[in-house]
Design a binder for this molecule. Structure first.
Ligand code: UD1
Length: 362
């Protein structure tokens, strides 16, 4: 079975690594890899390939950054000839980024079956570009691999046939479990930054709803600037956020923080695993902190990953300065949320995916 695997943005790399490795192991698959080029910076891209052992892509569409519609149309334009040339048995897309829907749309029109890994997650907020990408990709996919049981109900409600849905666990967790020990031995990030276990907070922020709206970005940065007086606060800044901080004249609010460029995968999971508290608006980090059982405050009004709230260590805090501060202080007083491991988040999701695909092509 020839499968054309698609990646484009940072979280895709973490998800595709275990799948490609598993496909190579089985011998039944010829996996190809296509990178759309949605993310291209060294620290958002190459370093992840290196640390996760992802093979060099067979194709790179080099689309780069643009508005969502422009980026999507560029990917569609450049992906069609590749698909026509390769004629794979299926394409495999992960997550909910622009690369996911763009390639799925081309495949649907060229009658190439689509495998969607991390299907069915819903925030029910269509102002999020990812929600639009998720909804549409799931309508087009033939195999829908889900990470949590809420996804099954969402898909059934949208009319997806039950036999297309497979609950397999979470490939992001596969990568985390595989690399955590190595990160502990090799990263050295704590030492380099002069930090001690449980004595710092870690933050990431990149959602357009938080960083493209000056009032929201200001409210969040005001909260963390205040929090940073109480505990060292490491902020890894996404390029989108960095731009907005300057555009909205908010750089003074970063002064009390330890700001860093986006970190390589091993440093990031090592810092996450040892933090007293994580603040984020990332979907993947809500899941990773759940597995690590580190209290996570999600700076959003909703999450498409409800299991991280119901079972995991995640709490939704929105973007209100006072609410963020009071929840963070609760964690620092030792009253942070403790969680349990969600069902099937055991490091074997890729194995299940490849097994199901192998069975269905026999
Ligand atoms: C994208 C995904 C988002 C995912 C995130 C992870 C979509 C709609 N969004 O958001 O779901 O959570 O990736 O990071 O697909 N930039 C660089 N270098 C890069 C990449 C981006 O400087 O390598 C800058 C560019 O100025 C760009 C901006 O960051 O305009 C935003 O990048 P983009 O890929 O459009 O969206 P993300 O916010 O990264």
């Amino acid at each position: 079975m020839k499968i054309l695997n698609i990646v484009g943005a940072r979280p895709n790399f973490i998800k595709i690594a275990p799948i490609i490795h598993q496909m190579k192991e089985g011998g039944q698959f010829t996996p190809l890899l296509l990178h759309t080029g949605q993310h291209y910076n060294e620290n958002m891209n190459h370093v992840f390939f290196e640390q996760l052992g992802i093979p060099r892509p067979d194709y790179n569409l080099e689309v780069g950054s643009a508005s969502n519609p422009k980026q999507i149309s560029k990917i569609i334009d450049r992906f069609e000839p590749v698909l026509l040339k390769e004629k794979p048995d299926a394409i495999l897309v992960v997550g909910d980024v622009n690369s996911t829907i763009s390639c799925a749309l081309v495949a649907a029109h060229l009658e190439t079956p689509i495998i969607h890994v991390e299907a069915g997650l819903r925030s029910f907020d269509r102002s999020m570009p990812e929600e639009v990408n998720r909804l549409l990709t799931d309508q087009l996919a033939e195999w829908l691999f889900i990470t949590e049981s809420s996804a099954r109900q969402n898909l059934l409600n949208e009319g997806v046939r039950a036999d297309k849905i497979h609950f397999v666990g979470n490939v992001m967790v596969d990568s985390l479990m595989k690399h955590l020990a190595v990160a502990g031995q090799n990263s050295g990030a704590l030492g380099k930054l002069g930090l001690s276990k449980n004595e710092y907070a870690l933050m990431t922020l990149h959602r357009p709803s938080n960083v493209d709206r000056p009032e929201n970005l200001k409210a969040i940065l005001q909260a963390i600037a205040e929090l940073a007086v109480e505990i060292p606060l490491v902020f890894t800044i996404h390029p989108r956020t960095e731009k907005r901080v300057d555009e909205f004249n908010l750089r003074h609010l970063l002064k009390p923080l330890r700001t860093l460029a986006p970190l390589p995968y091993l440093d990031m999971i090592h810092l996450m695993a040892n933090a007293a508290l994580v603040l984020t608006d990332s979907g993947g980090i809500q899941e990773e902190t759940t597995i690590l059982d580190i209290p996570c405050l999600t700076l959003r009004e909703n999450t498409e990953r409800p299991v991280t709230i119901e079972k995991g260590s995640n709490t939704l805090v929105g973007v209100d300065t006072e609410k963020i501060l009071s929840e963070a202080r609760k964690v620092l007083r030792g009253e942070g949320k403790k969680g349990q491991t969600p069902e099937l988040w055991d490091g074997r999701a890729a194995e299940r995916i490849v097994e199901i695909l192998a069975r269905s092509c026999n």
